[in-house]
Design a protein around this ligand. Structure first.
Ligand SMILES: [Cu+2]
Length: 157
């Protein structure tokens, strides 16, 4: 009986290994199919008061011939991050926005007083003069990431 059990065990192991390598292949495909979007001039301003959120600004260009919607932002070293904009009814009030859509070839600037990424609960490892990684996720699940310079709160915006 023993050889049969061994064969079954090997068969199961083979199934599990198969599933793992398939996952790895899917992950690779997702990476090679990064969203056709380019970010430049990325910078994160640390908060003036520790514990407050940081603002991240950058210029985002849709380099494709299709509209692309950004639906999520993540900042390395921040517990969470949100796409933010100022509200039409009150330009001192900002809040989370669902998606930012870029038309083919369009550039959208995330800048002071406009759209920005708000990064919450910053890790102390985020220090002025350093860099951190920003990851954007598109509707449909593609992602892209870029580095942002970390600047002190009193740096010129
Ligand atoms: Cu904000």
């Amino acid at each position: 009986m023993k050889p049969i059990y061994a064969a079954i065990a090997l068969g199961l192991a083979g199934t599990v290994l198969g599933a793992c390598s398939q996952d790895a292949a899917e992950t690779e495909n997702a990476e090679t199919a990064a969203a056709p979007i380019a970010a430049t001039n990325a910078r994160l301003f640390l908060p003036a008061v520790a514990g407050n959120p940081a603002a991240v600004y950058f210029d985002l260009e849709n380099t494709s011939d299709r509209a692309i919607s950004v639906r999520r932002a993540d900042v390395e070293g921040a517990a969470s991050a949100e796409l933010h904009d100022y509200m039409e009814y009150d330009d001192t009030e900002m809040g989370s926005i669902g998606v930012v859509t870029l038309q083919p070839g369009e550039t959208v600037s995330f800048e002071p007083g406009e759209k920005h990424v708000m990064a919450f609960e910053l890790d102390p490892s985020l220090e002025a003069g350093g860099k951190t990684k920003v990851t954007l996720t598109m509707a449909g699940g593609k992602t892209m990431d870029f580095e942002a310079d970390i600047l002190p709160a009193d740096a010129e915006r």
